[in-house]
Design a protein around this ligand. Structure first.
Ligand SMILES: NC(=O)c1ccc[n+]([C@@H]2O[C@H](COP(=O)([O-])OP(=O)(O)OC[C@H]3O[C@@H](n4cnc5c(N)ncnc54)[C@H](OP(=O)(O)O)[C@@H]3O)[C@@H](O)[C@H]2O)c1
Length: 385
């Protein structure tokens, strides 16, 4: 007998940008190349409301079960699964690519239930194959996007399932700071801008955990920057806060003021679309020492002028990064399971943005979306279907 009920509840949107409803629909069944998981927790991004009310204009097909990254337990497996086992707790990665797009030539990557990507290949894959997200009791997920978490190890470290969700925030930063992009090394100095948002504050924490000697945290809001620094406890002594004005000369002067004799190795940017035209990008690049590396992860749309002469004379490397690679997810989970990267410090000091501010049922989706927006980057909200 199938361990799956014939129907389950899911938060669905039938018309783009219209309010979703909780619907009872057939439970997804495992197919070749997929697993079906019981969703335990699903992340509500602080701008989830703006994705699904159309304000962010993210393209996605409907009808759709909404959702984002999640943690779920394997209930049933497709016939080709060999490593995953029923009962495994998994981090569900929403970054999906076509299996035959090995070199990435077709540009098939999209973010499940959020955005259908930027090519006919990605749009086809989301429209025709994978689509439904984790705001549901059950999900069908690509086998390669289910990443097993060793519960015994994480429990021994004192982490609860909701604590583990913070990994999904750190993962985006790891895509940029890790070996798939600028690969920060112990002792290096890293600028994070802006450091006050969800992914920026996670980048500050992660850079410290990965051994950055100093993190220069840029932001427009001095009070929040201070909170990001103080939430790191003792490690906060390695964080310098610098105001971000958007005027390149002013920002450059401020960065030079704290960069010290060793110079700055890495400039990591994760600016929102509103930062288009801001001079802090140029300032960050100009502040690098010879051979420095730049990682651009921000959601800025439109073209940006870069200081070409400086990039050339200073042998700088400029890289972009969308999300992360599959091996980054494995590495992140391993680092957390082994305590190399800590979700929070001894004595319970919690880094900025790691507090779970509420768990909501599917029916409470509106409250969850509103609360996530209110909490902003200082914490996160979960759906517990
Ligand atoms: N490359 C990728 O894979 C990837 C993945 C996820 C997200 N992203 C992008 O990353 C961006 C940030 O995401 P998030 O979740 O961290 O957003 P968030 O939590 O909303 O944070 C955005 C930050 O930007 C600051 N900010 C707002 N307007 C600014 C401006 N004009 N100049 C400088 N700073 C400004 C905000 O602080 P103040 O308003 O207090 O200054 C806030 O700290 C998003 O746009 C998203 O598209 C990229």
């Amino acid at each position: 007998m199938s361990p799956l009920p014939s129907t389950h509840k899911a938060l669905r949107q039938d018309v783009y940008a219209e309010p979703p409803t909780v619907q009872t629909i057939p439970t997804p069944q495992p197919t070749l190349g997929s697993a079906v998981l019981r969703v335990e927790r699903a992340m509500v991004l602080n701008y989830t409301g703006d994705i699904y009310n159309g304000k962010r204009q993210y393209p996605y097909p409907v009808p759709l079960t909404l959702g984002s990254s999640a943690i779920g337990r394997v209930v049933a497996l497709g016939p080709d699964a060999v490593a995953l086992k029923v009962g495994d707790l998994c981090l569900l990665d929403i970054t999906i690519s076509a299996r035959d797009d090995v070199g990435g030539e077709a540009g098939s990557t999209f973010l499940n239930a959020i955005i259908d990507g930027f090519t006919p290949a990605s749009k086809k894959l989301m429209r025709d194959v994978w689509r439904d997200g984790a705001f549901a009791e059950y999900v069908r997920w690509p086998l390669e996007n289910c990443h097993v978490i060793d519960e015994a190890k994480t429990k021994a470290l004192g982490y609860r399932t909701e604590d583990l969700m913070y990994m999904s925030k750190m993962l985006v930063s790891y895509g940029g700071l890790g070996p798939g992009c600028v690969n920060i090394r112990p002792g290096e100095t890293v600028i994070v801008s802006p450091a006050t948002g969800g992914f920026g504050s996670a980048a500050v924490h992660l850079a410290l955990e990965l051994g950055a000697g100093r993190v220069i945290a840029m932001g427009r809001n001095g009070e929040v920057l201070k909170q990001v620094k103080e939430a790191e406890g003792e490690k906060g002594s390695r964080v310098e806060c610098v105001g971000l004005t958007g005027d390149w000369e002013e920002d450059f002067k401020a960065l030079k003021g704290v960069s010290g004799r060793g110079g700055v190795d890495v400039f990591f940017d994760v600016s929102p679309p509103a930062a288009l035209g801001s001079g802090h990008l140029k300032a960050g690049i100009m502040a690098l020492k010879k051979g420095g590396r730049v990682c651009l992860m921000g959601g800025i749309r439109g073209d940006v002028g870069l200081p070409h002469e400086r990039i050339m004379h200073w042998n700088l490397t400029v890289k972009g990064k969308w999300m992360f690679e599959r091996e980054d997810v494995k590495a992140m989970i391993r680092m957390v399971e082994t305590g190399v990267v800590r979700l929070y410090q001894e004595g319970g000091i919690k880094p900025f943005g790691t507090r779970c501010e509420g768990k909501y049922k599917l029916e409470e989706w509106k409250k969850a979306f509103d609360e996530a927006e209110r909490v902003g980057s200082d914490g996160f909200v979960l759906i517990e279907p």
